[in-house]
Design a binder for this molecule. Structure first.
Ligand code: S3P
Length: 190
């Protein structure tokens, strides 16, 4: 990681059902940060739920709102940002997050994600006849993107409280490393 990188915020990325919002809320509390859910901001801006945006205006319209919302968060500090599962498929969104945040990916396998999401109905992409097949396909497509996060934490291996702790420790360590490297090289890197 470059010493010049600014880590003002913590961004959680990863597939639907990996716990970004619940882990994010708890991590924000621990860090004394504001919790921001990009999906909720998109819904606020559109005035309708995400499922309705998909149904009436299509996925492309949702992605446009998502990109605008994430871009606006760049100027703010002290936030834990839970992103939507498809947000960093757009490389500009990942680049934007990496300009101001440590990007932590929460990971789980397809079967575990299916177990966690199968009784929920608010995710338009998982409402088809074969949600497990969709999860497997999208997860395989997105895996190379999720691997570009700064840190990947497997949420299947530990209870949620421990995931939160890992997220917080990684964040604090990264901030220390960045500020140590900033101090040793000077603000201009000279
Ligand atoms: C999506 C994930 C959802 C939401 C939208 C699309 C995706 O967010 O942004 O339904 O493409 O994976 P969560 O990951 O919070 O469910």
């Amino acid at each position: 990681m470059s010493g010049r990188r600014s880590i003002e915020n913590l961004a959680l990325v990863g597939f639907m059902g990996c716990g970004k919002s619940s882990v994010g809320r708890l991590a924000a509390k621990d860090l004394g940060f504001e919790f921001v859910d990009s999906d909720a901001l998109v819904e606020e801006r559109a005035g309708i739920p995400i499922s309705e945006i998909f149904a009436t205006e299509g996925e492309a319209a949702f992605r446009r709102l998502e990109r605008e919302t994430l871009a606006e968060l760049e100027t703010r500090t002290g936030q834990v940002i839970a992103t939507g599962g498809g947000a960093i498929v757009d490389p500009e969104n990942l680049a934007s997050l990496k300009r101001h945040a440590l990007v932590v990916c929460l990971w789980a396998g397809a079967e575990a994600i299916h177990e966690r999401t199968k009784h929920q109905s608010h995710r338009p992409l998982l409402q088809g006849d074969d949600p497990l097949g969709t999860i497997r396909r999208l997860l395989a497509e997105r895996e190379p993107v999720y691997k570009q996060a700064d840190v990947i934490i497997n949420t299947e291996l530990r209870p949620q409280r421990e995931v939160v702790l890992q997220v917080r420790l990684q964040f604090e360590e990264s901030r220390k490393r960045v500020s140590a490297s900033f101090t040793s090289s000077g603000p201009s890197g000279s």
